[in-house]
Ligand binder design. Structure first.
Ligand code: PMP
Length: 450
């Protein structure tokens, strides 16, 4: 069979047998079938190369093609492939200890497989914690519109993006949403600082309106990522922390994207000097090489689970969570990040990206550029005065033009609100200087020709 025939056959079988995530099903849809990856670059079945400035789904932090990671998993799989964490194994213990170092505080770690599960675990722990400490009726969670927290019925309920939810309702009960701290779209006449304080105050009001004895926790990402890269002011995060403390509400920080160096710190919340009660993480934990997620719970909360009566301990398990090979691979992944100083590199490359892309703000379609470490959002608008979003078809064209030049970038926002107009960049933290040159050059070429 010729190479071209082979490609066609795989494409046909793909269409027949695979249900793709977040893709429409129609005759025109044609997924890219990837075959190889090295550093920040991937190759598809037709031999085309692309710089993957989205790190897959914001996760391949150490870049593609790391044999060390494959070896770490192989060695563990041959030695001891599986045992549930109802008991224990060495890679899980070592990884939990290492995560404490990265978190710069004392946490107990519950392992799962995905970001969604890490958040579900956090919700269950928060509710049970309150029951065991006298706050029986605390079951609600406050989160922000535009934020994404996962695909399962609880994590999706926490998500503040209606377009992902409305076909699947009713979702989990007890989730309440508040305004995201999107300073770019703040009301006229308010300074950024006033608006950030206003948004934090809305969380406090919501807690009080709901009845503070009914609220278990606030969940938020350090910066809203998938909802269009909304980076809060440190004042906002500090305020949220003290509001939670004041009302006995736990603070859950979702580090699924912002963790593991993406923000220019080990974890996003470390940029703000806050101390979450629970931290959830996934993606960058293994750089996407194997599934693994974690729910890190502050020691004092764990203590409330001590010496509970029979069947009152945390009744929560997942078969594959913290499987030995995933933990061994994650340990190696963190070792690479430390050895190559990828957290520092993330900060440095992020600053460079911002400096070099700053001039795009003079372009009529570029309304705002926002950055959190080596994570960037470029908001495209039709009109800078009204901030009317650029229509989806035009945003999609920018992305297609980048891809035609070998650059993969993302698109995020809030479709229902008409804000699906933010170009997103989240390249591997191991990107070379030349990779960043390529991203900057290509984006400028594409945007200047629109
Ligand atoms: N939280 C955030 C902030 C995310 O971005 C995601 C996934 N993109 C999730 C949770 C859910 O993670 P997963 O897809 O691994 O379930």
């Amino acid at each position: 069979m010729s190479y071209d025939q082979n490609i066609k056959e795989i494409a046909d079988k793909d269409k027949r047998y695979l249900w793709h995530a977040m893709q429409p099903y129609n005759e025109q849809s044609q997924p890219m079938v990837v075959t190889e990856g090295k550093g920040s670059w991937i190759t598809d079945m037709n031999g085309n190369r692309y710089l993957d400035a989205m790190s897959g789904l914001w996760c391949v932090n150490v870049g593609y093609g790391r044999e060390e990671l494959a070896k770490a998993a192989y060695e563990q799989l041959t030695k001891m492939p599986y045992y549930p964490l109802t008991q224990s194994h060495l890679p899980a213990v070592q990884l939990a200890e290492k995560l404490n170092e990265w978190l710069e505080d004392e946490y107990v770690i519950f392992f799962s497989n995905s970001g969604s599960e890490a958040n579900e675990t956090a919700f269950k722990i928060a509710r049970q914690y309150h029951q065991q400490t006298g706050g029986h009726s605390r079951y609600k969670f406050v989160s922000r519109y535009r934020a994404y927290h996962g695909n399962s019925m609880g994590a999706l309920a926490a998500t503040g993006q209606a377009q992902r939810k409305y076909k699947y309702e009713p979702l989990g009960n007890g989730f309440v949403h508040v305004r995201p701290p999107d300073s770019y779209r703040r009301p006229a006449g308010m300074s950024t600082e006033q608006f950030q304080r206003f948004c934090a105050r809305e969380i406090e009001e919501t807690i009080l309106w709901e009845g503070k004895e009914s609220v278990a926790a606030v969940i938020m990402e350090p910066a809203i990522t998938g909802g269009g890269v909304i980076v809060p002011d440190p004042i906002y995060m500090k305020e949220v922390e003290s509001i939670c403390k004041r009302h006995g509400v736990l603070l859950i920080i979702d580090e699924v994207i912002c963790g593991f160096g993406r923000s220019g710190e080990k974890f996003g919340h470390l940029n703000f000097g806050i101390k979450p009660d629970i931290v959830t993480m996934a993606k960058g934990l293994t750089s996407g090489y194997l599934p693994l997620s974690a729910t890190a719970v502050r020691k004092e909360i764990y203590e409330a689970f001590k010496d509970q009566a029979d069947y009152s301990y945390l009744r929560h398990v997942n078969t594959f969570g913290g499987t030995p090979a995933s933990c061994a691979l994650a340990l190696k992944n963190l070792e690479i990040m430390e050895r190559e100083q990828l957290v520092e590199r993330s900060r440095m490359l992020g600053e460079r990206l911002q400096t070099e892309l700053q001039e795009l703000l003079d372009h009529p379609l570029v309304g705002d550029i926002r950055r959190f470490g080596f994570l960037m959002g470029i908001e495209l608008v039709l009109d800078k005065e009204t901030k009317h979003p650029l229509p989806l078809a035009d945003v999609t064209k920018v992305i297609a033009d980048c891809k035609a030049r070998g650059l993969i970038i993302g698109k995020n926002g809030d479709t229902v609100a008409g804000y699906n107009n933010v170009l997103t960049l989240s390249p591997p933290l191991s990107s070379t200087d030349e990779d960043v040159d390529f991203i900057v050059r290509t984006l400028k070429e594409v945007i200047y020709q629109q």
